[in-house]
Ligand binder design. Structure first.
Ligand code: SF4
Ligand code: SF4
Length: 84
């Protein structure tokens, strides 16, 4: 299981600072930060701690099992970002 970010993300970086294992990317100093529409959580590294959820001002982070049905495909979108 992992946490998943959906397309309402505003890239404000609040979750990046809250994550204890640094699994949310791209970060501000990574080259593709301007070209991506949102941030993504690496499902291989996320430890399911939940620290990112309360700091997200746009409520864009979900536990995999609690993704709204119309946002279910974002689990794959998050994982795919780390496969390239
Ligand atoms: S649940 Fe924890 S480990 Fe996973 S992305 Fe959020 S803050 Fe990082
Ligand atoms: S805190 Fe929420 S809106 Fe901000 S970068 Fe993270 S997921 Fe996106």
């Amino acid at each position: 299981m992992a946490y998943v970010i959906i397309d309402t993300c505003t890239k404000d970086m609040a979750c990046v600072d809250a994550c204890p294992v640094d699994c949310i990317h791209p970060k501000q100093d990574e080259p593709d930060i301007d070209s991506v529409p949102q941030l993504y959580i690496n499902p291989e590294e996320c430890i399911d701690c939940g620290a990112c959820i309360p700091v997200c001002p746009s409520n864009s982070i979900f536990i995999l099992e609690e993704l709204p049905p119309d946002k279910a495909h974002f689990a794959e979108i998050n994982a795919n970002y780390f496969r390239k």
